[in-house]
Design a protein around this ligand. Structure first.
Ligand code: FAD
Length: 393
C-alpha cells in the first residue's frame, strides 16, 4: 500500500472540481499526444511548433485565464494547474504556452487597442497564430530599462531598430510584442510596446542553436532593422516598464505551478525506479538513505504546491502582489531543480540518459531559473519588500 505525492498533501482539496477536471484533461492530452515524442524532440533540438500550437489551442490552454476574444476565462488556479501538467511533460512545452498566453496575448489583452485585440487574440487562442515577446537584449537582461532598441517617429509611422535576445517562439512567431525605447531617458520611462507582424520588412528571427537546456523549445534572436510600423501598432495603454513587467508577473505565476510539475515527474519517476531496482539483493526503495531522500523531496514538493495554491487563491481574489509571485518563483524553481538533480542520483547512470526525464528536467530548469527574473532578482524584489530598500544597483 503506497500513497501518491498528491494524496500525501491532500492536494485535491486545494482546488475545486472544475480546476481538477481541467488539470486532468491537460494531463491526459499531454500523456497521449506529446509525451511519447518529447525525448526525440529534445535530442534533435526541434519541435513541430505549429502543430503543437494548434493542438494546444484546441485543448483550450492558450490564454485560458483571459476573458473574451476566444479565451476560456478560467480561474488563475486552473491556469496554474494546466502549467503544472504541461511542465510535468517538459518545461519547453509550458514555455510555449506561457509565452503565448501570459506574455504575448496578455500584453495585447491588457494594454492593446480594441483593433489589436480583435485582430490577434482569437487566432492566438486557437493556436493559428503564434506570438513571442521581445524584452531582453544582448546587453540588457535583468535590467531591461537600459534597452537600446529604439522606436522613432517618421510622420505617423514608427521605425524600430535594435536586437532582442533569447526570445522564446521567436523564429516560429507570426506576431512579436516588442518593447522599445521611444525617448532618450535611458531609465525605462519612455519604453513602449509594439505589435509587430513578423512578415514586416526588416524583421528577422534567427534561431539560437547549441542550447543544453530547453531543447524542446524555440529560442531566437530578433533583429529589427528599420522595421516600419503604422501608428496603430503601438500598444496604446502601456507606458514605461510597467507594461512589460505586468506581463512578466503573469508568466512568473504560471512558473510557480509549472516548476512543481517538473518536480512531480522527477519524483514519481525516481520512486518507481527505486521500487524496481534491486541493489544488494533488495529494492533500492527499501533503504533508509533512499527513503530519506524521498521524504525530504516530497516535503519540498508539497510545500511548493501549497505555496502555488495560496498564490493562486490570492490571484483569483485580485490580491496578488508582485513580491508574492517572486516568493513562489524563487522557491519553487530553486526546489524543483534540486529535486530533479537529487532524483537523478537515485537512478545512477540510467539517470543521465533521455530514456528517463530527470536530466532533461534538470537541464530545462536551468533556463527556468534564469528567465522571468533570475533567483537573484527575485531575492532583491523580496528584500526590497521586507526592508523598503532597493538594492538593484
Ligand atoms: P544578466 O542580467 O546578465 O544576469 C547575469 C547574472 O547577474 C545573473 O545571475 C543575475 O541574477 C545576476 N544579477 C543581475 N542583476 C543583479 C544584481 N542587481 N545583483 C546581483 N546579481 C545580479 N527574454 C524575453 O524577453 N523573452 C523571452 O521569450 C525569453 N525567453 C527566454 C528563453 C530562454 C531559454 C532563456 C534562457 C532566456 C529567455 N529570456 C527571454 C531572457 C531572460 O529573461 C534573461 O536571460 C534573464 O532576464 C536574465 O538576463 P541575462 O541572461 O542577460 O542575465
Amino acid at each position: 500500500m503506497t500513497t501518491t505525492l498528491n494524496e500525501l498533501f491532500a492536494v485535491d482539496r486545494l482546488f475545486d472540481e472544475d480546476e481538477l477536471a481541467i488539470a486532468g484533461t491537460v494531463r491526459d492530452y499531454v500523456k497521449r499526444d506529446i509525451a511519447p515524442s518529447l525525448a526525440q524532440w529534445y535530442e534533435e533540438g526541434q519541435i513541430p511548433a505549429r502543430e503543437l500550437a494548434r493542438g494546444l489551442g484546441e485543448l483550450g490552454v492558450l490564454g485560458m485565464h483571459l476573458d473574451g476574444y476566444g479565451c476560456a476565462g478560467t480561474s488563475a488556479k486552473a491556469y496554474g494547474l494546466a502549467c503544472l501538467e504541461l511542465e510535468a511533460a517538459d518545461s519547453g512545452l509550458r514555455s510555449l504556452v506561457s509565452v503565448q498566453g501570459s506574455l504575448a496575448m496578455f500584453a495585447i489583452w491588457r494594454w492593446g487597442s480594441e483593433e489589436q485585440k480583435q485582430e490577434w487574440l482569437p487566432r492566438m487562442a486557437a493556436g493559428e497564430a503564434i506570438g513571442c515577446f521581445g524584452l531582453t537584449e544582448p546587453d540588457y537582461g535583468s535590467n531591461p530599462g537600459g534597452m537600446r532598441t529604439r522606436a522613432r517617429r517618421d510622420g505617423d509611422d514608427w521605425i524600430l531598430t535594435g536586437n532582442k535576445m533569447w526570445i522564446t517562439n521567436g523564429s516560429v512567431a507570426d506576431v512579436a510584442v516588442v518593447w522599445a525605447q521611444t525617448g532618450e531617458q535611458g531609465d525605462g520611462s519612455g519604453v513602449r510596446g509594439f505589435v509587430v507582424p513578423t512578415d514586416t520588412p526588416g524583421f528577422s528571427a534567427p534561431a539560437i542553436k547549441h542550447k543544453m537546456s530547453l531543447r524542446a523549445s524555440v529560442t531566437s534572436e530578433l533583429v529589427l532593422d528599420g522595421v516600419r510600423l503604422p501608428a496603430s501598432a503601438m500598444l496604446p495603454e502601456a507606458q514605461g516598464l510597467r507594461g512589460p513587467l505586468s506581463c512578466l508577473n503573469e508568466a512568473r505565476f504560471g512558473i510557480v505551478f509549472g516548476a512543481m510539475g517538473a518536480a512531480r515527474d522527477c519524483l514519481e519517476t525516481a520512486i518507481a525506479y527505486a521500487g524496481d531496482r534491486d541493489i544488494f539483493d533488495r529494492p533500492l526503495s527499501s533503504f533508509q538513505l533512499t527513503q530519506a531522500k524521498f521524504a525530504d523531496m516530497a516535503l519540498e514538493y508539497g510545500k511548493g504546491v501549497l505555496l502555488a495554491a495560496q498564490l493562486g487563491g490570492l490571484k483569483d481574489a485580485g490580491a496578488l502582489a508582485p513580491e508574492q509571485v517572486s516568493l513562489g518563483k524563487l522557491n519553487n524553481v530553486r526546489e524543483a531543480i534540486k529535486i530533479a538533480r537529487n532524483c537523478r542520483t537515485v537512478l545512477g547512470a540510467a539517470g543521465i540518459t533521455l530514456e528517463f526525464p530527470l536530466m532533461r528536467h534538470a537541464n530545462n530548469l536551468e533556463s527556468v531559473l534564469t528567465y522571468e527574473g533570475t533567483s537573484e532578482v527575485h531575492q532583491l524584489i523580496i528584500g526590497q519588500a521586507l526592508t523598503g530598500q532597493a538594492a538593484y544597483r
